[in-house]
Design a protein around this ligand. Sequence first.
Ligand code: M6R
Length: 348
Amino acid sequence: QKEGYDHYMLKEIHEQPMALRRALRGRIDAGIEVPAWLLDHPDGVPVRFVACGTSYHAALYAVELLQKRGISAQASLASEFATSPPPLVDGSVVVGVTQSGETADTLGALRRASEAGARTLAVTNVVGSTAARECDDAIFIRAGPEIGVAATKTFSSQVVTLALLAERLADADTGILQALSTVPDALQYVLDHTTAPQVARTYADASAYFFVGRGVAHSVSLEGALKLKEISYEHAEGFPAGELKHGPLALVTPETPVFAIETGDHSDRMRGTVEEVQARGAPVVAVTHPESAVAAAAETVLPIPETHPELAGLLANAQLQLLSYHTARLLDRPVDKPRNLAKSVTVE
Ligand code: M6R
């Protein structure tokens, strides 16, 4: 059922525009369905997300969107939350982001939250999953089945679903709904015009790969690095761009390409980051709109069409998914079944 694709991962990357149309259907005009207790939760009590891996990166993306709307939010790695739960005040809400709905660490964190009196919401792909059944409510991301161990279309569907949720909780029109309706076509454009195979070839001998960004692009930098290490077994790290000078800059050399993800709202500061790493001889790949100042300063560009800055991260992420895929192919890795990993991690 790979429908002509060599791997499920590539098929699932290409299914993203369709998956996003499904995630958005009926939810732009009417607003996404949200439990009343979440709409009414006390101001100032943070919306807490718990998740693992790629789902954690989607949760970090959501935190940025909520905070931009004046809603206090935090994301925790589920394994940490379960072992060291934060104090939960009355009216606390905990949102478990889990594609499978079966990840033991996330279920453990949700159970701890529930025992402590919090209301829990599952944001999941699987109707009838343990998370959907055990939480007080569930919202479905409608990505369709994902077979490849690397999460791709489920990340995009999580981000879109959480963007709808953020806008509903904010109860104000920030322009993101109109932009969301154009995102499936913009993503299709990225997939049709990507230069990721050439970029993968150029840097196939790199000693390590670094990804940097600010705001939503920080979560995308973490996700870009996770995808690359997971399926290519190459050393990759994602950093908030501002943190480079506090340590990671010592790792930067001419053998370590730096992928600078710029979504349109941190251009000046990202330009500074680009100069910082170029001064250490590192080649820079800008993942951004081709007209941006960051693109002009970089050696190479993985271009994305202009869109709402809060959604540009999704388009940049698709370029990074393709970069990982093509790097893993060049290195002859078993793309759909990387060593030591399982699709669903059902042990804590
Ligand atoms: O099913 P979940 O979303 O709860 O899975 C969480 C992680 O195990 C998962 O996202 C993992 O990081 C992916 N394999 C990354 O591609």
